[in-house]
Design a protein around this ligand. Structure first.
Ligand code: GDP
Length: 520
């Protein structure tokens, strides 16, 4: 079965901890990951090329023993929580980055809460210690109020002063991570079993076909083995590590690029080795059809709904009805599961009347209109017609990319805590119609603004067939040959996204701002 080590205690061997870097924006997460990655490329070796494969491993020596640490190369708690939402436990420890010149900020606490929710220990990297305004003592004081008491003050959290810019303190940070893992966790896995792991990133490479970065949880993955990754399958043709080296096998906690899959799996999908190709295909097909079944489950629930509606009319119940749509069967399940655990007391109740995978459709909207249900979109959006219908029928749709914000908001609504909240307001939408490749800027998108106004630096997300592919922001914007701060509906523009390059023609980029709004 997936998720368990075979054998007994004696079969387990120590494995490196897996770390996610979290913290407030601009506090230095990306820089820290970059510096750690570079400092680990063997002493100034010619070229020293590292592969951007979504995760990498560094080595450090503690008490004369070589120890590895795996870093997930996607900073921030969003990806971490999205993976968790899909049931993938991929992180053992969080490194919480706090800029010493800025101190604890809202997203610092948000990140901390996500780590707490996952039940993983936190190591604090007090960053930008090279700056004159750095006040590492204040950071310690501020975080103490949130339950992270520094070890030097008698608590059990390691705080390390670092500079991601100069590299100062990074050795001590690595040491703190290993010591925290040793003290709080028993990280062991059976290396001698068919490998199991999770896909942390995957894409389609023109020359090499589907490429998935897999983090091995247990067992050892070898070339030639048959694997299933979500609803994709195949035989391992090549294994490539973060330094671009070809491997013959990958042990627990190691991130590797896997070549040989027949399709691109989703981030958070389980990966496992099976006996042979036939079995791989069977399991993959079964997973695929389960997802399709979830997407088609509308009709069969009509009846329940009609009864419910009658009850509501007669005043027999007071229920909040929800329709859940998500980007994968796993995330929908996780959302429904989390919703079912909300304690709402006696008077009101909460009921999911339909759920499915993929964009929000007119069928979903008509169901919502008929039953006065609210549609929850998790990493998905309505089709154009569904949006028009929702506007017409006054159907309430809410979109989330983090399960906990969905839960928080619904819970608050149910408990009648009708305080103003920060909510997203869409600012503009554009369609990618051409792609220009630039060696300097990566892929530049030639776009048409479909509605609203697109502004530089606005937060946004990239949608493909109604499904959110990436949370991002508008890094640069051009009209004709000039930089532009904004581009309005009906105009063309050139645009690049921050931290996202895998654009395709037909993709939609939607921008938004967070605004305060009254809860209705
Ligand atoms: P992120 O949003 O948390 O990923 O932050 P970045 O890694 O992008 O860093 C934000 C800015 O702070 C960049 O301009 C970095 O060069 C700068 N920065 C990051 N770490 C340090 C540091 O240790 N010292 C100084 N002086 N600047 C830093």
């Amino acid at each position: 079965e997936f998720g368990e080590d075979l054998g007994d205690e004696d079969d387990l061997a120590a494995r490196p901890p897996v770390v996610t870097v979290m913290g407030h924006v601009d506090h230095g997460k990306t820089r820290l990951l970059d510096t750690l990655r570079k400092s680990n490329v063997a002493g100034g070796e010619a070229g020293g090329i590292t592969q951007a494969i979504g995760a990498y491993q560094v080595q450090t020596t503690i008490d004369g023993v070589d120890r590895g640490i795996t870093f997930i190369d996607t900073p921030g708690h969003e990806a971490f929580t999205a993976m968790r939402a899909r049931g993938a436990k991929s992180t053992d420890i969080a490194v919480l980055v706090v800029a010493a010149d800025d101190g604890v900020m809202p997203q610092t606490i948000e990140a901390l809460n996500h780590a707490k929710a996952a039940g993983i220990p936190v190591v604090v990297a007090v960053n930008k210690i090279d700056k004159e305004a750095a006040d590492p003592v204040r950071v310690r004081g501020e975080l103490s109020e949130f339950g992270l008491i520094p070890e030097e003050y008698g608590g059990d959290t390691q705080f390390v002063d670092v500079s991601a810019l100069t590299g100062e303190g990074l050795d001590r940070l690595l040491e703190a991570v290993v010591l925290t893992a040793d003290a709080a966790l028993d990280l062991r896995a059976n290396p001698d079993m068919p490998a199991q792991g999770v896909a942390i990133e995957a894409h389609l490479d023109k020359g090499r076909g589907p490429v998935a970065t897999v983090l091995i949880h247990r067992g050892t993955l070898r070339i030639g083995e048959s694997i299933v990754a979500g609803s994709a399958y195949g035989r391992v043709r090549a294994l490539i590590n973060d330094k671009g080296e070809n491997l013959t096998e990958a042990p627990p906690s190691m991130p590797v690029q896997v070549l040989g899959l027949t399709a691109v799996p989703g981030a958070g999908d389980n990966v496992l080795v099976v006996d042979d190709d036939r079995m791989a295909r069977q399991i993959a097909d079964k997973r695929g059809s389960r997802m399709r079944a979830a997407a088609q489950a509308v009709g069969s629930r009509r009846k329940t709904l009609d009864q419910l509606f009658e009850q509501l009319e007669r005043g027999e119940t007071q229920e909040l009805l929800l329709i859940l749509k998500g980007d994968g069967a796993g995330s929908v399940e996780a959302l429904e599961d989390a919703l079912s655990k909300i304690d709402v007391g006696e008077e009101v109740s909460l009921r999911v009347i339909d759920r499915g995978v993929g964009a929000i459709t007119e069928t979903n909207v008509s169901l919502a209109a008929a039953s006065k249900a609210v549609i929850i979109g998790f990493n998905v959006r309505p089709t154009v017609h569904a949006q028009q219908m929702a506007d017409r029928e006054n159907v309430d749709m809410r979109f989330y990319s983090v399960i906990y914000s969905a839960i928080d908001e619904i819970e608050a609504a149910l408990k009648g805590m009708l305080k103003p909240i920060y909510a997203e307001e869409t600012r503009g939408r554009m369609e990618i119609r051409e792609i220009f490749r630039s060696s300097k800027f990566g892929n530049i998108a030639g776009c048409m603004v479909l509605d609203g106004t697109i502004r530089r630096n606005q937060k946004g997300r990239l949608l493909r067939d109604g499904v959110v592919i990436s949370e991002t922001s508008i890094a640069s914007l051009r009209r004709e040959k000039d930089d532009a701060t904004e581009v309005r509906e009906g105009f063309e523009c050139g645009m690049t996204l921050s931290n996202f390059n895998d654009i395709r023609i037909g993709d939609i980029v939607e921008t938004y701002e967070m605004v305060e709004r009254e809860r209705s």
